[in-house]
Ligand binder design. Structure first.
Ligand SMILES: C[S@@+](CC[C@H](N)C(=O)[O-])C[C@H]1O[C@@H](n2cnc3c(N)ncnc32)[C@H](O)[C@@H]1O
Length: 174
């Protein structure tokens, strides 16, 4: 899905190196891991990164145990950022977006929950949930304030849980 969107919105764009924010065990990242692309997964959980490393021991896959809200990530090598279900754990997603920008062009693809009523996680506070999803207008605001363009937005999936429906969006900023 993400690759198709990139191809449609910017056919000349080539992924050279990837940063995955809140990579967890690499579920999304695994779709992008290939020998000629350096993949860096960052996560604040060592346990998650250990699982990722055991699944993907290849040299072009590297991991960093960092909290993206506290550390500077822009010096890492990437021209493409991906993130799935991690932004709702960030206290200040906009500040992180601003940090992810570089002097050279970077595209940022975010998959997360559309605005929800807080019922998605059984224990939001205990699970470190800072936001109950995000509306399209919030994403547009992030883009405007970070000096980025919202190049693509679409609902890509709906999670059925607790007799409820939770749509997930894909937003591509660049
Ligand atoms: C719901 S999990 C999603 C994991 C993975 N992206 C996936 O789709 O399965 C959220 C991940 O974000 C990580 N995370 C939360 N806050 C973070 C932060 N400030 N810096 C880095 N990683 C963070 C968590 O440790 C966790 O692995």
């Amino acid at each position: 899905m993400i690759k198709t969107v990139l191809q449609k919105t910017d056919p000349s764009y080539k992924i050279k190196s990837i940063l995955e924010v809140g990579c967890g065990t690499g579920i999304l990242g695994s779709n992008f891991m290939q020998e000629n692309i350096l993949y860096t997964g960052v996560d604040s959980s060592v346990e998650m990164l250990n699982v990722l490393r055991s699944k993907f021991p290849e040299q072009h896959v590297q991991t960093l145990n960092i909290d993206v809200e506290k550390e500077d990530v822009s010096s890492l090598e990437y021209n493409f950022v991906i993130s799935q279900m991690a932004f709702h754990h960030l206290q200040n997603p906009m500040a992180v977006l601003k940090k992810l920008k570089k002097k050279t062009p970077v595209k940022i693809a975010i998959i997360d929950l559309d605005k929800e009523d807080g019922s998605f996680h059984p224990d939001p506070q205990g699970m470190g949930v800072r936001h109950f999803g995000f509306s399209k207008s919030e994403i547009q605001k992030w883009a405007d304030e970070a000096g980025l363009t919202l190049q693509h937005y679409q609902i890509i999936n709906t999670i059925h849980k607790n007799d409820n429906k939770y749509p997930q969006f894909l937003a591509v900023l660049g």
